[in-house]
Design a protein around this ligand. Structure first.
Ligand code: HEM
Length: 414
C-alpha cells in the first residue's frame, strides 16, 4: 500500500490508501466513459500545447494576484510564485502525458490535501481549474491544424480528463476536511471529558484530604470523630471510584453476552446496589406472566442502576418511584417513573448525549451509557418528562423468543 497525504505537520497524521483512491479514479473514469483513445488523443495535443504552457501559467498566477483571499496562502512572496509556476507546468505536462496510473492519481490527490493544508478554499481551486480549462481550449482552437471533427473529439477527451482531475482533487479536499473535523471534535471531546473528570474527582479528593489532615493533626480526636472521618473518607473514595467506573464503562463497553434473564431479578439487584431512601415510596409491578428478557443481564443491570440513581437524585425531598414491566408483541417494556423535579422540555432531547448533564454534579454519562448498552442488546430507551412533575424512562428489550414481526423502537435523542 502506497500512501499519500502521509504527513506529520502540526502533529497530525493523515494516511490515505492510494489503492482505494486509484480504484475510485477508475470507477470515475468508467463513469465519464474514459477510454484508451481519449488518453491517446490528449497525448497527441502535448507537442501542440507545450510552447503555450508558460503563457497559461502566467495567466493563472496573474489572476490569483487579483484575489486577496486566494493570494494570502502564498506566504513566500514572488520567489514562491516562481516556484509554483514550475510546479504548475509540471502538472500540465503530466496532464497531457497520457499515463494515468496510480502515481498520477496519487499526485492529483496530493494537490487536494496540500491546498487544504495551506488553507486554500476549495472554490479557488475550482475556479482556477475552470480558467485553465478555458485557456487550454482556446489554445487548442487557435493552434489546431487538423480537421474540425478531430478537434471536437480531442476537446471532449481533455474535458473528461480535467473533470476527473477535479473530482479527485475535490475528493481529497473532502476527505481532509472530514479528518480535520473529526480530529478537532475528538480534541473538544477529550477536553470536555478531562474537564468533567477533574471536576468530579476534585470534590471527593478534597473531602478525603481534609479528613486525612484532621486525623493526622487533631490533638486529641475522640474515637467517634475518628470513625466519622474514616467513614467520610470511605464514602468519598467510593464516589471517586464511581466516576472512574462510569468512564471505563463508557470507554470499553464489551460485546454483550445475550442470554435469557429475569427482568425482575435484574431490577432488584440494581435496587440492592442503589437503594432508594425511606422518603421515596417504591412500587414494583412485575406481572408473573412476564417472559425472560434477552440480553446481557450484567449490562442491563448497569442501565437500571443509572436510571435508579437519576430517579433518586431527581427526588431529594422524597416522592414515589414506580417500576412497572409489561410485554407486548415480544417487546418487554419497563417504565421507571419518578415524581421528581422533571427535565425542562428544551433539555429533554439532549439528555442522552454523552457529557450532557442537567445535574449540578455528574459527568453526564449515565444515560448515554444506558442507551449505548440497550442498543447493543437489541433494545432502546425512551425519555418523557414534565417539569416539576417527574420523568419516565422506558426501557425496551426483546423477550427470549420474540415473534418474527417484532420491531424495537429507536432510542430517543440524537
Ligand atoms: C487547478 C488549480 C490548481 C492546481 C492544479 C494546482 C497545483 C498545485 C500543485 C501540483 C501543487 C504542489 C502540491 C505538492 O506539494 O505536491 C500546489 C501547491 C500549492 N498551490 Fe496550487 N494549484 C491550483 C490552484 C491553486 C490556487 C488557486 C492557489 C492560490 C494561491 C494555489 C496555491 C498553491 C500553494 C500556495 C501551494 C503550496 C506550494 C508550496 O509548497 O510552496 N494553488 N498546487
Amino acid at each position: 500500500m502506497l500512501s499519500v497525504g502521509d504527513h506529520e505537520g502540526h502533529g497530525n497524521r493523515t494516511v490515505v490508501n492510494i489503492d482505494d483512491v486509484y480504484r475510485r479514479y477508475q470507477e470515475l473514469q468508467a463513469w465519464v466513459g474514459w477510454t484508451g483513445e481519449d488518453a491517446c488523443s490528449v497525448a497527441a495535443t502535448s507537442s501542440l500545447l507545450a510552447p503555450h504552457l508558460s503563457t497559461l501559467v502566467e495567466d493563472f498566477y496573474d489572476e490569483i494576484q487579483r484575489h486577496p483571499n486566494a493570494l494570502k496562502v502564498i506566504t513566500g512572496g514572488q520567489a514562491q510564485i516562481e516556484r509554483l509556476k514550475g510546479t504548475l507546468v509540471m502538472w500540465l505536462r503530466e496532464l497531457l502525458g497520457g499515463r494515468y496510473d496510480q502515481n498520477y492519481v496519487s499526485r492529483r490527490w496530493q494537490v487536494g490535501w496540500r491546498h487544504v493544508e495551506i488553507g486554500l478554499d476549495q472554490v479557488y481551486t475550482n475556479v482556477a481549474l475552470s480558467r485553465l480549462r478555458l485557456g487550454l481550449m482556446s489554445c487548442l482552437h487557435e493552434h489546431w491544424r487538423g480537421d474540425g471533427k478531430e478537434l471536437q473529439t480531442t476537446m471532449r477527451s481533455l474535458n473528461k480528463l480535467l473533470d476527473l482531475d477535479l473530482a479527485i482533487i475535490e475528493d481529497a479536499y473532502q476527505e481532509e476536511y472530514a479528518l480535520r473535523l473529526q480530529r478537532s471534535e475528538r480534541m473538544a471531546t477529550i477536553g470536555q471529558v478531562a474537564g468533567g473528570v477533574a471536576h468530579e474527582l476534585r470534590n471527593p479528593l478534597n473531602v478525603v484530604k481534609t479528613s486525612v489532615y484532621y486525623l493526622l493533626n487533631a490533638s486529641k480526636p475522640t474515637v467517634e470523630k475518628q470513625i466519622e472521618h474514616l467513614h467520610r473518607i470511605e464514602k468519598h473514595v467510593v464516589l471517586a471510584d464511581g466516576v472512574i467506573t462510569a468512564l471505563s464503562n463508557f470507554a470499553k463497553l464489551p460485546a454483550p453476552n445475550r442470554t435469557p434473564f429475569s427482568l425482575e431479578e435484574c431490577v432488584r439487584e440494581a435496587l440492592d446496589a442503589n437503594p432508594v431512601p425511606d422518603t421515596v415510596e417504591l412500587i414494583l409491578e412485575f406481572p408473573p406472566s412476564i417472559p425472560p428478557a434477552l440480553g446481557d443481564g450484567e449490562q442491563i443491570r448497569i442501565v437500571f442502576a443509572n436510571l435508579l440513581r437519576n430517579a433518586r437524585d431527581a427526588m431529594p425531598q422524597g416522592g414515589r418511584l414506580t417500576i412497572a414491566a409489561r410485554e407486548t408483541n415480544g417487546v418487554l417494556e419497563t417504565k421507571v417513573e419518578d415524581t421528581g423535579v422533571g427535565i425542562p422540555k428544551e433539555q429533554l432531547h439532549r439528555i442522552m448525549e454523552p457529557l450532557y448533564s442537567t445535574k449540578a454534579r455528574g459527568l453526564g454519562l449515565g444515560l448515554s451509557i444506558a442507551r449505548a448498552i440497550l442498543e447493543k442488546n437489541g433494545g432502546s430507551l425512551r425519555a418523557a418528562s414534565e417539569w416539576e412533575k417527574g420523568s419516565t424512562f422506558t426501557v425496551y428489550l426483546q423477550t427470549d423468543s420474540p415473534p418474527p414481526t417484532s420491531s424495537l423502537i429507536r432510542s430517543d435523542g440524537p
